[in-house]
Ligand binder design. Structure first.
Ligand code: ZN
Length: 95
């Protein structure tokens, strides 16, 4: 097959044709709780260096990309009109 691969609906895999107004592009951005951690008096009395070294040891097992994926994810879905109408009414429903 020549040309770019066809666009498919992320839910029902229907072929989507750009320019016909027959689908939606849904962009999802997910950020882990952005609230800065709060430190208690107790935390500050602990050995901070030991704590940091423990975290670094823990992180050595995962790649930078994996670490990034844990705090930030961005993805794009293509939904045909029929799937979009159902999805948008309850986007947080478990599949
Ligand atoms: Zn669909």
């Amino acid at each position: 097959m020549n040309g770019p691969s066809p666009l498919l609906c992320s839910r029902c895999l229907a072929t989507l044709t750009p320019g016909e107004g027959s689908f939606y592009v849904v962009r999802i951005e997910a950020v882990a709780d952005p609230t800065p951690p709060s430190f208690t008096e107790e935390d500050l009395k602990r050995d901070v260096r030991a704590e940091i070294e423990r975290l670094l040891r823990q992180m050595r097992g995962i790649t930078e990309q994996e670490a990034m994926d844990q705090v930030y994810r961005q993805l794009t879905l293509y939904l045909c009109n029929a799937c979009f109408r159902v999805w948008i009414e309850d986007p947080a429903r478990a599949p």
